[in-house]
Write a protein that binds this ligand. Structure first.
Ligand code: 5RP
Length: 218
């Protein structure tokens, strides 16, 4: 079975967490796109969605799912999103698609975070996937030097600007043994907007698509 089929499986399983007449927080990426396609089939049951990126907004609109502003929606019962890596504590690296800041905001405003992923995303130690760090453009070099001091190898994501008009540094060579500690530390570097570590607010449920089943981890 291909990774895409496993993503689709995990995405379909997330429909079980959708409650009637609620507003759903929606992440970004190819796995989430499968979730949006599945959600479109039951869109009459929900009030709408809060989006984590311009790309997701476009896809929701194409599926005729109402897109609501987070400020108007208030606390959300459910957030569904993918991950680039996830460990056994459901700490994640996210931001491969560059939507980490809005993803973190919508996740923070949600009661339940359901992560959907194919089994290739499960790791023992986070950090093989380069850690995305969103930075204010004028702080790019300073933040880069601070990341080097911590053993990382920051690489500017070429020809890329986030939905918020910022840059992304992808940080290689970090073996992230204590994700909450590193998230806190990197968050405190001046000029960092968001670190793509989601450990202080991890997922609550992981739906992992495998060739045989969807494994549920909590
Ligand atoms: C986007 C993300 C995505 O969740 C992550 O990159 C996983 O993407 P995909 O579902 O395409 O594998 O964090 O910013």
């Amino acid at each position: 079975m291909s990774n895409d089929e496993m993503k689709k499986r995990a995405a379909a399983a997330a429909l079980d967490y959708v409650e009637d007449d609620t507003i759903i927080g929606i992440g970004t990426g190819s796995t989430v796109n499968y979730f949006i396609d599945a959600l479109a089939r039951i869109k009459h049951r929900i009030e709408g969605a809060v989006s984590s990126s311009e790309a997701t907004t476009q896809r929701l609109k194409a599926c005729k799912i109402p897109v609501l502003d987070l400020n108007a929606a208030g606390p959300l019962p459910l957030y569904v999103d993918g991950a680039d890596e996830v460990n056994c504590h459901l700490h994640m690296i996210k931001g491969g698609g560059g939507a980490l800041t809005r993803e973190k905001i919508v996740a923070a405003a949600s009661d339940l975070f359901v992560c959907i992923a194919d089994c290739s995303k499960q790791v023992d130690v986070l950090g093989t996937f380069p850690l995305p760090v969103e930075v204010i453009p004028m702080a790019r070099s300073y933040v880069g030097r601070e990341l080097l001091k911590r053993g990382g190898q920051p690489v500017l994501r070429e020809n890329f600007s986030t939905d918020n008009g910022h840059l992304i540094l992808d940080v290689y060579n970090l073996a992230i043994v204590d994700p909450p500690k590193l998230e806190t530390e990197l968050n405190n570097i001046a000029g960092v907007v968001t670190v793509g570590l989601f450990a202080l607010r991890p997922a609550d449920v992981l739906l992992l698509g495998t060739a045989d089943e969807v494994r549920v981890l909590k």
